[in-house]
Design a protein around this ligand. Structure first.
Ligand SMILES: *[C@@H]1O[C@H](CO)[C@@H](O)[C@H](O)[C@H]1NC(C)=O
Ligand SMILES: *[C@@H]1O[C@H](CO)[C@@H](O)[C@H](O)[C@H]1NC(C)=O
Ligand SMILES: *[C@@H]1O[C@H](CO)[C@@H](O)[C@H](O)[C@H]1NC(C)=O
Ligand SMILES: *[C@@H]1O[C@H](CO)[C@@H](O)[C@H](O)[C@H]1NC(C)=O
Length: 551
């Protein structure tokens, strides 16, 4: 029981919320060493021991004092230094420095390009482009000054490469750092139709989407819906300000034949979802309104969406035009893919951010094929399928993230205990009533073995309670039964190690006498319940510490 409660507490602490990009700015450990040497690799190095990739750490001066590739930098981008973060991180800034080498260094990169890799993102390296479409980032101007660049949009990646660039051949050396945090939201991609144009000049496209766009559908990437930045209240403002195409992704109902917009989110692991928040525009005077209905479906393998969809109806608001964060409760549904279908309420539907509240479930979840097999076998043999289901539940309970299942087990155990307690109380009350209505004897009848009624304190243990059924404590394990008939006292004292040497008290009346006469069952000692544990939510984890970084 205690173990379970503790597990729930641990679980609440680790439950992840959305990421605040403004807090996701911690150095990720090139300078401090939190990123291990073996996770830093390079295309080549001039001399591994002195200027190998492990020396490419910002503000470090060991040995040669930087990473230096074998060949000079050219516009071809042949050389690179790579950092492996193992899991997806949100990288919000980069910083570079040249080789100072105690004043002897002369090499630095005036410009560089970033490439990144993320699981399931087209299985290739993606060249980073910032919001205005620039690929080349500004590097250093001497061997010692750092140059930091805030990445807008940020990069979601598990590996990142710096490629020094020079328009004329030039020897370069680099020291680098990256800033960001672990991507606990767990979204690895979303797929949806690309946004629409409004008139001739306004494009409500997902401009920062980094996946595949086949002209209609966006696939495998991340973009504006997850970048942690909300669009301005007035969708037109995004087009008046130069340099900020960011903002709303919008769809028009006539091009969709009024069918819902479907967005499929893929997550890193099977997760349990408590809510989704959709930041939506509601400028109804300009034909934009929050969706009228949202349907949310869940799948483990991504092909079949099992179970009833969660349906959410939005009551239309034609009073306030401000955007709103519409929250939909997801009732601890489990999956690795979440499909959201948004129904038009007006000609335009515009959203800017979608965030999920979820936590990882470490169960042994079968992939799609096995799921289908299970389905088939369940048609033939329902018992087998039930067994498989049970296995899933059990494995989820054994891991520290199945919040729903844990609560279920706890509630179950608690209610069994409550029922037991109620039964005991009722039993005691009935027995006492019976005893009160019977005439009180004044004499101790012969043959009543009073010693049998005394017993050692039992420390509040309730014999027979399933929780303690396997407690084998020789001192307390003998359940005491009062004699059923005074004529035939059970030889209990033979079993008791030491019948207490209590002399018969002088009073005419004492409790044991009455108990003997009425066949009263001694009330069980108070049931010990575990101390109430306060399950308080811990302060949200601010994920900009170094402990998050690296393997
Ligand atoms: C994109 O990069 C270019 C060149 O480094 C820079 O001038 C521009 O301000 C950047 N844009 C954004 C939105 O960061
Ligand atoms: C929407 O609300 C949720 C929960 O309060 C929050 O986590 C999320 O950051 C909000 N999103 C936006 C875009 O404000
Ligand atoms: C699109 O929405 C407008 C306004 O709600 C409506 O008049 C129109 O019929 C809708 N178009 C389609 C194709 O459903
Ligand atoms: C998950 O279950 C399958 C089939 O029962 C088994 O082969 C596999 O080893 C299990 N994986 C883990 C991590 O328990």
């Amino acid at each position: 029981m205690k173990v379970l409660l503790l597990a729930v507490m641990v679980l609440l602490v680790t439950a992840a919320d959305g990421i605040e990009p403004s807090q996701c700015i911690a150095p990720m450990g090139m300078e401090t060493g939190a990123i291990k040497d073996e996770d830093i690799t390079a295309s080549s190095s001039f001399e591994h021991g002195n200027v190998g990739p492990h020396h490419g750490r910002l503000r470090n001066e060991l040995d040669g004092g930087a990473w230096c590739p074998q060949s000079a930098a050219t516009p071809d981008l042949k050389e690179w230094i790579q950092i492996d973060l193992h899991t997806v991180h949100m990288i919000t800034a980069t910083e570079t420095q040249g080789r100072f080498g105690n004043g002897k260094g002369m090499e630095f990169a005036e410009a560089y390009v970033l490439e990144y890799w993320r699981p399931r993102l087209l299985n290739k390296w993606i060249r980073y482009r910032n919001r205005t479409g620039a690929e080349v980032l500004k590097g250093n101007i001497n061997t010692y000054l750092e140059s930091k660049t805030v990445l807008d949009p940020p990069i979601w990646a598990s590996k990142i490469k710096f490629l020094p660039l020079s328009h004329h051949e030039r020897t370069v050396c680099m020291r680098v750092e990256i800033y960001g945090c672990r991507w606990t939201d767990g979204i690895v991609s979303y797929s949806m139709p690309q946004g629409d144009k409004r008139g001739t000049s306004w494009e409500f496209y997902d401009t920062s989407y980094d996946g595949h766009w086949d002209g209609e559908k966006l696939q495998y990437g991340l973009g504006q819906l997850t970048d942690g930045r909300v669009a301005p209240d007035d969708f037109k403002a995004t087009f008046y300000q130069t340099n900020s195409q960011q903002g709303w992704v919008g769809w028009k109902n006539d091009t969709r034949k009024n069918k819902p917009i479907e967005i499929v989110f893929e997550f890193d692991k099977v997760r349990e979802f408590t809510a989704v928040h959709i930041y939506s525009n509601n400028q109804f005077t300009k034909d934009v309104q929050v969706f009228s209905q949202a349907r949310v479906l869940f799948s483990v393998g991504g092909k079949r969406y099992k179970g009833e969809p969660i349906t959410f109806d939005y009551i239309e608001d034609r009073i306030w035009e401000t955007p709103r964060n519409v929250s939909i409760r997801l009732h601890h549904r489990v999956g690795r893919f979440v499909k959201v279908q948004l129904q038009f309420a007006a000609r335009w539907l515009m959203i800017s951010e979608v965030t999920f509240d979820s936590s990882v479930v470490n169960g042994n979840f079968t992939e799609e094929e096995e799921e289908e097999q299970e389905e088939q076998s369940s048609q033939k043999d329902e018992i087998a399928a039930a067994g498989a289901d049970n296995k899933n539940v059990v494995s989820a309970v054994n891991t520290p993230s199945g919040l729903g299942q844990y609560l279920g087990v706890i509630v179950g155990v608690l209610s069994v205990l409550v029922v037991l307690m109620v039964a005991v109380v009722v039993f005691v009350v009935i027995q006492q009533r019976r005893y009160k209505s019977s005439p009180r004897p004044s004499q101790v009848p012969g043959g009543c073995d009073k010693a049998a009624l005394y017993r050692e304190p039992s420390m509040g243990r309730l014999p027979g309670s399933s929780d303690y059924a396997d407690v084998r404590d020789p001192e307390y394990a003998v359940p005491l039964q009062p004699p059923q008939t005074p004529r035939a006292p059970p030889p209990l004292h033979n079993f008791l190690p030491k019948p207490p040497p209590v002399p018969p008290p002088p009073e005419r009346y004492y409790a044991a006498t009455e108990i003997c006469n009425s066949g009263f069952v001694p009330p069980p000692p108070p049931l010990s319940t575990p101390p109430p544990v306060r399950l308080s939510r811990q302060p949200r984890y601010v994920s900009n510490t170094r402990t998050y970084v690296g393997p």
